[in-house]
Design a protein around this ligand. Structure first.
Ligand code: FAD
Length: 405
């Protein structure tokens, strides 16, 4: 059952605390030592909050496909709504994404998309008025945005194929089209909608408030992962917005590329986090569960799985630390983001499969957490460019040959 032991925690008084000595931290490469002292202290404080307040609480929301509105205020208190604009180092921000994913992958998707694609886009590409109107509420998590790019008929080929349109009509833009898979689409205050301007053919970014007539969002149910995230099918039927809702910095799709590259990298941090979680759960279980009269942790094949999960997790984390180094230096390109995203999510898929197997039958029910990770890993593998698409971005860069069409 999901009790404190299965969650990698022991109880001391009322509040559970994490198991520490005699077992080493999963961060065997001492990555957190790379943080400056203030960020290290903040990291440890937030990690504790995520492990004690978010991790166990997320399971029932995940089972019920419900959004935990009640947890948002606490997450805001720890600054998770404003990571993009609070001056943190790239390494700190990345490690935060990892730690949120270690507690719950759906909420790490919310925090990542919110910071990288909503706050980031408005901060980088928005007008002073758009920033004034939206950033304070977003940073405090009292308002949410949805990033609406993918369409029912265009996923991997969205850049060229996008078919949602924007037509200028006097003092307004009129948006028509459909979007699919849009995170927070049913609960957000606005959607950042990418649409093709009928007059010049360019794909542009528009802020579409979700209470505008003609905007409708339907929750996508029965997902096998990321079940807390409220993904939606969105229909835009003659939605009228004022001219000033166009992001002035997003009058061509290429302007969003830098932010899309960073958000691709963000998934690598999630992949590291889900593997640390898989290790935490697998180790606790292997130390607790007995078969043939001894703990699973004493069997060689189980030890192999634990070592493999931990190796994968640390390889992923270390790769992302190197990514943060070049990102901080302003040298991150799409090829590195794609390589890290593809590699870490491939490893994550393998790690959660080993973890699920290590828990035997109990790996099949979310009561023991691992099954939740097993489903969530599939999303990491697919969104922000599928594994195949990211692999082809890497191979195109190193061969000069495109295999896309
Ligand atoms: C849970 C979830 C949350 C999401 N959140 C958002 C969101 O908030 N906002 C948003 O805009 N989008 C979101 N997405 C969309 C996501 O980015 C797309 O699902 C993804 O880009 C893949 O597109 P697709 O699903 O249409 O698959 P397709 O493009 O139809 O691809 C299907 C398969 O074909 C492969 N394939 C396609 N083209 C090629 C090719 N040329 N060569 C080789 N293989 C190819 C793909 O790799 C994949 O395996 C989300 C998706 C999911 C599942």
């Amino acid at each position: 059952m999901l009790d404190e032991k299965a969650a990698g925690t022991v109880t001391s008084g009322a509040a559970p605390t994490r198991v520490l000595p005699p077992y080493p931290e999963a961060d065997l490469m001492h990555v957190i030592d790379l943080l400056p002292p203030e960020e290290r202290a903040r990291y440890l404080e937030i990690r504790e909050f995520l492990q004690t307040r978010i991790r166990a609480a997320s399971i029932e929301y995940w089972n019920r496909e419900e959004f935990p509105f009640g947890l948002l205020a606490d997450m805001a208190k720890f600054g998770l709504g404003g990571l993009q604009t609070d001056g943190s180092t790239k390494l700190f921000k990345g490690l935060m994404y990892t730690e949120v994913a270690r507690a719950d992958v759906s909420l790490s998707a919310l925090v990542g998309i919110h910071n990288e694609l909503i706050v980031g886009m408005i901060d980088e590409l928005g007008s002073p008025e758009q920033k004034r109107r939206w950033l304070p509420g977003l940073e405090a998590f009292t308002q949410l945005g949805a990033f609406a790019l993918t369409e029912p008929d265009h996923g991997s080929d969205i850049a060229g194929g996008l078919s949602t349109t924007a037509r200028r009509d006097g003092g307004e833009w009129v948006i028509n089209g459909a979007k699919r898979w849009i995170g927070a689409g049913t609960i957000a205050d606005f959607a950042l909608v990418w649409a093709r301007d009928e007059s010049d053919g360019h794909v542009k970014g528009f802020i579409v408030e979700t209470d505008r007539p003609g905007y409708s969002a339907t929750k996508i149910s029965n997902k096998i992962g990321l079940r807390i995230m409220q993904n939606a099918d969105i229909v835009l039927d003659e939605v009228r917005i004022p001219l000033e809702n166009l992001l002035p910095g997003a009058t061509e799709f290429s302007r969003a590329n830098e932010l899309l590259r960073d958000s691709r990298a963000w998934v690598g941090w999630q992949a590291a986090g889900i593997q640390l979680a898989a290790f935490d759960i697998a180790r606790s279980y292997a130390l607790e569960r007995k078969q043939f009269g001894k703990e699973l942790a004493r069997f060689q094949l189980v030890q192999q799985q634990l070592a493999d999960i931990l190796g994968n997790a640390n390889a992923s984390l270390s790769m992302m630390v190197e990514l943060a180094r070049i990102q901080q230096a302003g040298k991150l390109e799409m090829v590195q983001a794609a390589m890290c995203k593809a590699t870490t999510t491939r490893l994550a898929r393998s790690s959660v499969a080993m973890g699920r197997s290590l828990l035997g039958g109990n790996g099949i029910t979310t009561d023991y957490e691992m099954a939740k990770l097993f489903g969530d890993a599939e999303i990491l593998y697919t969104y922000e460019g599928s594994y195949e698409i990211n692999s082809m971005i890497v191979a195109r860069a190193v061969t000069g040959k495109s295999a896309f069409v």
